[in-house]
Design a protein around this ligand. Structure first.
Ligand SMILES: [Zn+2]
Length: 294
């Protein structure tokens, strides 16, 4: 890959080294621009898709108690990195900012700690590994797997979105176990739920297997970011808040139905009216306690 065209450094003129005098002796040390160029390279290699360009810890809005809590944990993780015992597992329905936080953490440890890290959507990661089998070259598999296993920080986004199988569980188990044994932290986002019913496709146990689930409990601090919490939304929600809650609740049908029914009665009529006003129609099928039911 060729270097991007940048203004040449006025100190080192591109050599990345500079002369300094230490105790009267002239020495050559890394120029200040070296670190910046290294960070640029690490960010380019991190596989963060352009659609997450604006996702930073600084642009995350900790506007509810649970989002504040998640944000604090993210900041603490970044500050302590790489001396961290556990990674983070950000759990909650779609649209609550899990991926934003995970991307923000990754960028920040690259920028401030010079860490080598990768962002992988779990489904995409499995597809890449699967594709290497078609070429039947185990070396290719390792060229993809090895960086993932050895990265200073790995982000696995949307765990559980893939169709599970024995192979999927084994592959994810390998990644999780190897990183656990090597004490390398992993940040995971997921909208799976931790329920004991192993036949429920939404459960961690069903998707990743019992062993990997308990490994994840050991190696990650589980951070809950619920999509809809009446304590956070208050009794005078704006149409926007309601619409967002409704959307995230709908993506999590059963949980959404339970949570939706907890909306204070006073807020229901008003919220419905605001929704109609904001959408210009009334076909959202939300009749108070039925949010998210089909
Ligand atoms: Zn320089």
């Amino acid at each position: 890959m060729s270097e991007p065209t940048t203004v040449e450094c006025p100190i080192c003129h591109g050599s990345r080294w500079k002369s300094v005098e230490i105790d009267g002796v002239e020495r050559v040390v890394r120029c200040d621009c070296w670190r910046a160029s290294m960070v640029d390279g690490l960010l380019r290699d991190a596989r963060i898709q352009p659609r997450y360009d604006r996702c930073d810890l600084a642009t995350f809005e900790p506007d509810t108690d649970t989002r504040r809590n998640a944000y604090r944990k993210a900041m603490r993780f970044v500050d302590a990195f790489p001396v961290v015992d556990r990674g983070l597992l950000l759990r909650g329905p779609q649209g609550v900012g899990k991926t934003h936080l995970a991307v923000g953490i990754l960028k920040e440890v690259i920028r401030t700690k010079g860490a080598r890290g990768y962002f992988y959507e779990t489904r995409e990661f499995l597809r890449i590994i699967r594709d290497t089998y078609n070429r039947s070259v185990s070396e290719t598999e390792m060229s993809v797997l090895s960086p993932v296993l050895n990265a200073d920080l790995l982000v696995l986004d949307d765990l559980g979105a893939e169709r599970t199988s024995e192979w999927v569980q084994e592959t994810l188990g390998l990644v999780v176990n190897t990183r656990y044994n090597a004490k390398r932290p992993t940040v995971i986002t997921s909208n799976l739920v931790d329920i004991t019913d192993v036949t429920d496709p939404r459960s961690f146990t069903f998707q990743v297997g019992a062993r990997t689930r308990s490994r994840l409990l050991e190696m990650c601090d589980w951070v809950e970011i619920p999509g809809f919490d009446r304590r956070e939304i208050g009794t005078q929600p704006t149409a926007e808040e309601i619409a967002r809650s409704w959307k995230s609740a709908a993506s999590h049908s059963q949980e959404g139905a339970e949570r939706g029914s907890k909306l204070p009665p006073k807020a229901r009529g008003q919220a419905r009216a605001q929704l109609r006003a904001s959408r210009g129609d009334a076909d959202l099928k939300w009749s108070g306690g039925k949010a998210g039911s089909r």
